[in-house]
Design a protein around this ligand. Structure first.
Ligand code: M6R
Length: 607
């Protein structure tokens, strides 16, 4: 996730853009850049690291202009280097981009054949060249429309043209973009936080729309040139609320980001025809992956629990023996590995010290190492032999939410990839992938049920102990649910396989010790029903998360949260959502700072 900002008007654009970048820094930064039109030409300046580094490079000469665009980068394609930083230019065109272009490689190949040469590894530079190519035939506006029709993926773009010092064009598809409407000036940005200091009158572009903005006016059209009538809205947010898009906490915003984050994890990675996952990051090790006979997943905390789900997925669908281990244990054991073992490290931050040390140990023993990492260019991404990026965007809240469901999504793709290299049929591959494509929508359906989950959370916020129970694919999710409520609400909670209750833990159950039970209608549903009965027989209060097709569970006996149905392998992505919301609302009800829980850090870079 990157941040873009643009200005057109009468004022000094540079100052406004730099302030805007600062406000967007929370969206992640590894580099930044700015392009200003001084009336004659466009001057671009870029820098790695913090925005202050960019400011230091700005001189009287390169910072003049009343039209400009700027970008704070959070790498998705290509390392966080200066050359990969935005703005990107081709001929007369200069642009900034937030999003992911799915077909950039094919577009790039075609453009190279036409004589274009590229400086960066980014998908974004391709769009600049594509528009420049169209600009040979068309005017600025039509060349943007024509180029965009060829682009597949997510984008919010702000584009300027050397020969048009009074025009800013912005385009949107699946990445956020807001136009701030001032008095003879416009500020555009990825979100309102960069705009709110200048105006609270905004227009939100919808997917497939572009706006042609001059210092005095703006017109919104579709990519196919149909005029659009847009409603201007008044924002009542302050700066802080704008960063969180109006949500009270980053954690809640990130929970709500999940339909997009899951979509971004899937984007460009599905080959439906062949029922195969396209994982470009594994191309270099594809051959070796065909001969591996053992998988070990190493990770910590929430990432450990996604690893546990991965174990079930890979064993069931790829038929490869899989183990999951806490990285902090793995590094001190004498793990038995060889060249036929692949070690998959899962880490949101890519900087977790235990996971990093475990990777080094695995490499020393000759295993192939892969990373499932959210932060591009992070230590784990660099240390592993190959890997897959989540593209979930930066997670600001200490408690991991969207990175977790994104990891589950990537693990599903890995299971299909390894499965299709082996015995999985094309039909099965297609089935999983087509259901996976529906998951973002199913997640948004659960989020619509937030009020009901909040009510249940408030009812249970007084308890000091919880069991979280699940079976098979949902056992790791129960563990993750328990971790979430520990972190956010400071409540003692244990995640258990529901079948294990009778072997001891049930001794703790009474009316003061509630249980949250994951019981979707799946292959182990009947078994989970027995666990529910055992708990109720001991006066234990129960919150049940289940699918609507169950007939045995009734709301007069239990607090029930209904979730949509999907394939069993995909159910963990669905069941995780209500548990995140439960933890969030119990935590806020108890008055905690859920974004920065006590004693915890976002990135654990020490042992
Ligand atoms: O960045 P990583 O995924 O490697 O981090 C691992 C854990 O430290 C992390 O998941 C931690 O458990 C979070 N606070 C969970 O919400």
């Amino acid at each position: 996730m990157c941040g873009i900002v643009g200005y057109i008007g009468k004022k000094d654009a540079c100052e406004i853009l730099i302030k805007g970048l600062r406000r967007l820094e929370y969206r992640g930064y590894d580099s930044s850049g700015i392009a200003l039109h001084n009336g004659r030409k466009i001057n671009s300046t870029k820098s790695t690291g913090k925005i202050v580094n960019l400011e230091e490079k700005l001189t009287e000469k390169n910072s003049v202009g009343t039209l400009g665009i700027a970008h704070t980068r959070w790498a998705t394609h290509g390392k966080p280097t200066e050359v990969n930083s935005h703005p990107h230019s081709a001929g007369d065109i200069t642009l900034v981009h937030n999003g992911i272009i799915e077909n950039y490689q094919k577009l790039k190949e075609d453009l190279i054949k036409k004589g274009h040469s590229f400086l960066s590894d980014t998908d974004s530079e391709v769009i600049a060249h594509l528009i420049q190519e169209e600009n040979i035939k068309f005017d600025f506006e039509r060349s943007v429309q024509s180029a965009i029709k060829k682009v597949k993926g997510a984008y919010a773009l702000a584009i300027i043209h050397k020969e048009h010092p009074d025009k800013l064009i912005v385009v949107r598809n699946s990445s956020p973009l807001v136009i701030g409407v001032g008095n003879n000036e416009f500020v555009i940005a990825s979100d309102a936080s960069a705009i709110i200091a200048y105006t609270n009158k905004v227009v939100y572009l919808d997917d497939g729309e572009l706006a042609i903005i001059t210092p005095t006016d703006y017109v919104v059209k579709t990519i196919s040139n149909k005029l659009q009538k847009k409603q201007e809205q008044q924002l009542e947010w302050n700066d802080e609320q704008a960063k969180k898009e109006g949500y009270e906490h980053f954690m809640l915003k990130e929970i709500h980001d999940q339909p997009h984050a899951i979509q971004d994890a899937i984007r460009g990675r599905i080959d439906m025809e062949n029922g195969m996952a396209i994982l470009g990051g594994l191309t270099s090790v594809d051959k070796r992956l065909r001969s591996i006979n053992r998988v070990i997943i190493i990770s910590c905390g929430t990432s450990y629990f996604s690893g546990l789900v991965g174990e079930y997925m890979i064993e069931e669908y790829a038929g490869i023996p899989t183990e999951v281990e806490y990285a902090s244990e793995f590094r001190y054991r004498k793990p038995l590995l060889d060249k036929n073992t692949v070690v998959i490290a899962i880490s949101q931050s890519g900087e977790t010290a235990d996971t990093l040390a475990a990777i080094k140990e695995a490499k020393n023993k000759g295993a192939l190492t892969l990373g499932v990492v959210n932060v591009v260019g992070s230590s784990i991404a660099r240390e592993t032999d190959a890997g897959i990026y989540n593209h979930a965007g930066p997670e600001v809240s200490v408690a991991s939410t969207k990175a977790f469901t994104s990891q589950l999504t990537i693990l599903t793709l890995i299971a299909v990839y390894l499965g299709r290299q082996r015995d999985m049929s094309m039909i099965m591959g297609r089935r999983i992938l087509s259901e996976l494509q529906k998951v973002p929508f199913l997640v948004s359906k659960i989020l619509e049920n937030e009020e009901k989950i909040k009510k249940i959370a408030y009812k249970y916020a007084k308890f000091e102990n919880f069991f979280y129970l699940g079976r098979k694919y949902n056992y790791p999710i129960a563990c993750e649910g328990a971790l979430k409520i520990k972190e956010i609400a400071y409540i003692h909670a244990e995640g258990y396989p529901s079948g294990e209750m009778k072997h001891g833990p049930i001794a703790l159950i009474d009316k003061h010790f509630p249980s949250v039970i994951l019981a979707p209608k799946d292959s182990v549903y009947e078994k989970t029903l027995s666990a529910i009965e055992e708990i109720r027989a001991r006066e234990g209060k129960v919150v049940i998360i289940t699918t609507k097709d169950v007939t045995e569970l009734h709301s007069d006996k239990y607090d029930i949260i209904y979730i949509p149905k999907t394939l069993e392998i995909l159910m963990p992505i669905i069941t995780a959502i209500p548990l995140q919301l439960l933890a969030y609302y119990v935590g806020t009800k108890r008055g905690h700072d859920v974004d920065q829980p006590k004693n915890l850090a976002k990135s654990v870079t020490v042992e």
